[in-house]
Design a protein around this ligand. Structure first.
Ligand SMILES: [Zn+2]
Length: 240
């Protein structure tokens, strides 16, 4: 009997993994993402207030909205729960935010026409961790962009091993990220817009900007699927 129970448990786990039957946002049964959570994930793009971003971040950031619990759960389900099938639900949020950036900064990021003064303007994704790619078998941000009809460029690589950012505090994240990226493609003279899923401390976007700028690229700004709302130290007391 015990063996049968174990087999049942394994089969149930396999079934849940292959056929996820709960809303990734709220747990409602028999749906990938329910309509209420789908609505909650629609974009409300805004320029992240420079006063609320870390002082090291020198580029404008357009965010689809706050990094709230629904977005956190859905991103977690895609990134760590292997639920690639629900990436599509974030494609409209991504596309609408790209559009807001285009309108706000008078540029065109569609693949066929992404030109700024004759130069292509390209969307740059952060370097992916080899470990994450091997475990997941897919790149969550690339998948969301693909569903949104957008192509991402990955000219950056991690030039050294970093600790897991999610376990670190504000200044430790900046230290962990600093000088950790380099370019693997020629970016000299390229105009780029950075893309990331969530901006928490801004350390990733800051390092992407530094690496691309040092290699001769012009970083116009960034688009993120969500930004963590937090209080930063007063500018005079910023340590970063
Ligand atoms: Zn739901």
């Amino acid at each position: 009997m015990r063996l049968l129970d174990s087999a049942r448990h394994v089969l149930r786990d396999v079934h849940v993994f292959v056929f996820p039957s709960e809303c990734a946002g709220c747990g409602l049964p028999d749906v990938g993402v329910c309509s209420d959570c789908g609505d909650a994930l629609s974009a409300h793009p805004r320029l992240v207030d420079p006063q609320s971003a870390p002082a090291t971040l020198t580029i404008p950031v357009v965010s689809a909205g706050e990094y709230d619990v629904t977005l956190a759960r859905v991103l977690h389900a895609i990134k760590d729960g292997g639920r690639a099938g629900i990436a599509r639900v974030l494609s409209a949020r991504f596309a609408d935010t790209i559009r807001a950036f285009e309108q706000g900064f008078d540029v065109d990021l569609t693949p066929a026409k992404n030109q700024v003064a004759g130069e292509p303007l390209r969307l740059v994704a952060p370097p992916s961790s080899r470990d994450n790619r091997r475990v997941r078998g897919f790149e969550p941000l690339n998948l969301i962009a693909h569903h949104a009809g957008v192509r991402l460029w990955q000219p950056l690589v991690s030039s050294r091993r970093r600790a897991d950012q999610s376990r670190l505090g504000l200044s430790a994240r900046a230290d962990n990220m600093r000088n950790s990226m380099s370019t693997r493609a020629n970016v000299t003279g390229a105009s780029v817009v950075l893309v990331d899923d969530v901006m928490t401390t801004g350390a990733t976007l800051t390092e992407m900007t530094r690496a691309l700028h040092d290699a001769g690229a012009h970083v116009r700004g960034a688009v993120v699927l969500g930004h963590a709302v937090r209080r930063w130290p007063h500018p005079r007391s910023r340590q970063l």
